[in-house]
Design a protein around this ligand. Structure first.
Ligand SMILES: [Zn+2]
Length: 257
């Protein structure tokens, strides 16, 4: 499980602190290892036919634009991956959590407790369940910030996703708003899944779609409703309560397999 592939390692960078960033150097090391061991990369849809211990399933969450170089490298090596873009992030070029991250990194002397709360505490949990408009309202109320951080080049655009899908990079469902599915009403979740499914189809996806739960959050009702849109379900890197939800391995800078 990857999120961002960044040029250089920087321990102060939010994405490394959140363990959602990996350096280009490390990424290349991992691909070299896959090649040396003779492992085979496959798209997530191939899991429907089972797997062997020589198979590697690479996934990217959220559709960050720095994945472009990573995809080019994978394609040059004849490798495959699956990306889970977020519809609103791609269309609006805006994500509440990333906006918070960019503000956090550009503001000097942020109090430590506030920084920790945004990185993994109460404020982070709140961000998982709110819309972009609610986020902007709270950002103004709590921090007096009424401008968006510059996220112009943070996410891929539709034409990128279409191009890479045509070159073998698989697309999957990861929500429209990236809110945790467990915090949505059944009708909100149905709308989110339907819109997301149709959007991914429109980008060229012809395979049966897999679903990567935003923030890994799921429960029995969410799983049942999601099964109407895809039968392979992915969580994050922790024990999953429901065996049908596949655990992913969080690949960080210090990962050594
Ligand atoms: Zn995500």
């Amino acid at each position: 499980m990857f999120h961002r592939v960044l040029k250089n390692y920087d321990e102060k960078n939010y994405y490394y602190q959140r363990q959602t960033g990996i350096s280009w150097k490390k990424f290349i090391e991992l691909l070299d290892t896959i090649e040396k061991k003779g492992w085979k990369t496959k798209p997530i849809s191939a899991l429907a036919k089972g797997y062997t211990h020589n198979d590697v399933f690479i996934t990217f969450d959220d559709g960050y634009r720095d994945n472009i170089c990573a995809f080019d490298e994978l394609i040059n090596r004849g490798m495959i991956a699956t990306v889970y873009p977020v519809k609103d992030f791609v269309l609006d070029g805006f994500s509440p959590i990333d906006d918070m991250a960019l503000h956090l990194m550009s503001t000097p002397n942020v109090p430590k407790d506030l920084s920790l709360s945004l990185l993994g505490g109460r404020l982070k949990r709140i961000l998982r369940g709110i819309t972009a408009s609610r986020y902007r309202y709270l950002r103004q109320r709590l921090f007096g910030i009424d401008v968006d951080a510059d996220s112009t080049h943070l996410f891929m655009q539709e034409h990128h996703l279409k191009l890479y899908n045509s070159q073998g990079i698989e697309l999957g469902i990861h929500g429209c708003s990236h809110r945790a599915f467990t915090q949505l009403s059944p009708s909100e979740l149905n709308k989110e899944l339907t819109e997301n499914y149709n959007w991914i189809r429109g980008l060229g996806c012809r395979e049966s779609m897999s679903i990567c739960f935003p923030h890994g959050k799921n429960n029995k009702k969410v799983i049942e409703q999601s099964q109407l849109f895809g039968l392979i379900h992915l969580g994050v890197d922790c024990e999953t309560f429901y065996p049908s939800v596949l655990r992913r391995i969080h690949i960080t800078e210090d990962y050594c397999g």
